[in-house]
Design a protein around this ligand. Structure first.
Ligand code: SAM
Length: 171
């Protein structure tokens, strides 16, 4: 099965803490193995590591000050999620037929031109502006055969319930 990684560029520590945390948690929950985070932010790293410690998995969060180098040195298919790209539904079959791992790039504010130029695919989840969390969730769910049904082996797990909040905690 393909391995999925995320590169989150343009993180602004003063305003993006919560949304970058959600990008990382969505990546993990939908089966990605790793997120590269441009501009180190210990609050994001601590929040995500706390979830991994409790709920399991090997998801890694890797700070980088050189996102271009991450892309240039990657052997993965580079899929940049952008409202300006080609419709996901039109190129989904091409992406899914690739045997390469996939590095998804998501932005925060305006994305620099090198990102568009480095991408194998500039992909839009609709051509309206919305959110990197939504775009990543839809893209991973469309491309990954397991997606949000990824299994985790954490100390804590949710026991699905129609009526209550139920958690199982290992002794
Ligand atoms: N105008 C900005 C731009 O240059 O793309 C939008 C920034 S948006 C707040 C942050 C990120 O959300 C984008 O960099 C992109 O990764 C993602 N995004 C937003 N809308 C999207 C869409 N319709 N399709 C795919 N990705 C989207």
């Amino acid at each position: 099965m393909n391995n999925y990684e995320i590169l989150r560029i343009g993180h602004r520590p003063e305003r993006d803490k919560r949304i970058t945390t959600h990008v990382a948690l969505t990546a993990r929950a939908f089966g990605a193995s790793k997120i590269f985070l441009s501009n180190p932010d210990s609050r994001v790293i601590n929040s995500v590591e706390d979830v991994v410690n409790k709920f399991g998995g090997n998801f890694k969060i890797i700070p980088t000050e050189n996102p271009k180098k991450v892309v240039k040195s990657s052997s993965s298919l580079i899929v940049h999620l952008t409202m300006f790209g080609l419709p996901l539904d039109d190129i989904l079959d091409d992406i899914k037929s690739s045997e390469q791992d996939i590095l998804f790039i998501v932005g925060a504010e305006k994305v620099p031109p090198w990102v568009f130029e480095s991408a194998d695919y500039n992909v839009a989840v609709g051509n309206q502006p919305h959110s990197e969390v939504a775009a990543l969730a839809v893209a991973l769910n469309s491309i990954s055969p397991i997606s949000y049904n990824t299994k985790f082996d954490g100390k804590i797990s949710v026991v699905p319930s129609a009526t209550h909040r139920v958690m199982h905690e290992e002794d």
